[in-house]
Design a binder for this molecule. Structure first.
Ligand SMILES: *[C@@H]1O[C@H](CO)[C@@H](O)[C@H](O)[C@H]1NC(C)=O
Length: 293
């Protein structure tokens, strides 16, 4: 049998069958990871026994990533977990593969320990289907246009814990190649982790050239993607989908939304692939209109 090694897979954690509000975070079975995107149902996630740890990241301090949101997504298939980025007091950027078919989302704002309901600064706001916008050209087979927007029912009060990231300037054509960027999320913190992480984690990593990245994914990386180099096993992983990639220059400029990686694991140093925000600025502006400003 020829093993198709190069299977890109969306970085979402799916909790099938968890219908009640209280997800048992510690016992999310790993075989349910990623079953929202069945690119090849015969391929199972290979769980590596290697030691590892977002993988190999650091635990975030409170207020370190005020633009980070967590999304507990409710659909007919149960619940799943994704990340997102606050881009104004009312709008969140995430991935299309997170928002597709979703009936409602619990948006975690200002959180570090997402299981701690009494955490200072943390708020959970429900967003209904009518305020969840998946890109019209989302292609779940080729993972193209993997971007969505969620609109909070009313503007959130900004604080040291909850504050939007900046969008790049329109007309910014920088490739970012070689620049450092920060990815963050509550995704699985190792290839052996059973579910998403309790604590928000982050990594600082170099941006990889698109043409180099595309070789790993047999041409499935497009101009509308941006890739990170995952040397040292620092990578995005399942549950980080939709979440932020920002420039590490202190500007908190959002350049990517976590899109996909490779089915065989997050710690095998395959590049992490993101939706490139500059490719979608017009779409974001069109959807959010004046209400973003
Ligand atoms: C996160 O919050 C939960 C619930 O309050 C608590 O049991 C757990 O110890 C916290 N984790 C950390 C690492 O502080």
């Amino acid at each position: 049998m020829i093993v198709p090694l190069l299977i890109p897979i969306g970085f979402l954690v799916h909790f099938s069958g968890a219908e009640n509000e209280d997800v048992d975070w510690a016992n999310v079975p790993s075989q349910n990871v990623d079953d929202r995107i069945k690119i090849n149902p015969d391929i199972k996630l290979i769980v590596s026994s290697e030691e590892g740890r977002i993988t190999n990241g650091k635990i975030a301090e409170p207020k370190q990533f005020p633009y980070q949101v967590g999304l507990l997504l409710n659909s007919d298939r149960g619940k799943s977990w994704c990340g997102g980025t606050l881009i104004s007091d009312q709008w969140i950027v995430s991935a299309a593969h997170c928002a597709e078919g979703v009936k409602s989302a619990d948006v975690y704002l200002g959180a570090t320990n997402r299981t701690d309901r009494s955490e200072v600064g943390q708020q959970i706001v429900k967003v209904e289907k009518d305020n969840i916008f998946v890109h019209e050209a989302w292609d779940s087979e080729r993972l193209l246009n993997d971007i969505s927007l969620l609109k909070l029912p009313s503007p959130v009060e900004l604080s040291d814990y909850i504050r939007p990231a900046k969008l790049p300037e329109s007309g910014d054509t920088a490739s970012y190649q070689g620049q450092k960027a920060i990815a963050s999320g509550w995704g699985r913190d190792s290839d052996t982790a059973r579910g998403a992480s309790e604590m928000l984690r982050w990594i600082e990593v170099p941006i990889m050239a698109n043409n180099f990245c595309s070789v790993y994914y047999m041409g499935n990386v497009k101009d509308s993607n941006v890739c990170i180099n995952t040397r040292g096993r620092k990578s995005t992983c399942n549950g980080d989908s939709g979440g932020p990639l920002v420039l590490a220059d202190g500007s908190e400029t959002l350049i990517g939304a976590t899109s996909f990686g490779i089915v065989f694991g997050c710690e095998i140093q395959f590049p992490g692939v993101f939706t490139r925000i500059t490719s979608y600025l017009d779409w974001i502006n069109q959807k959010t209109g004046d209400s973003r400003h």
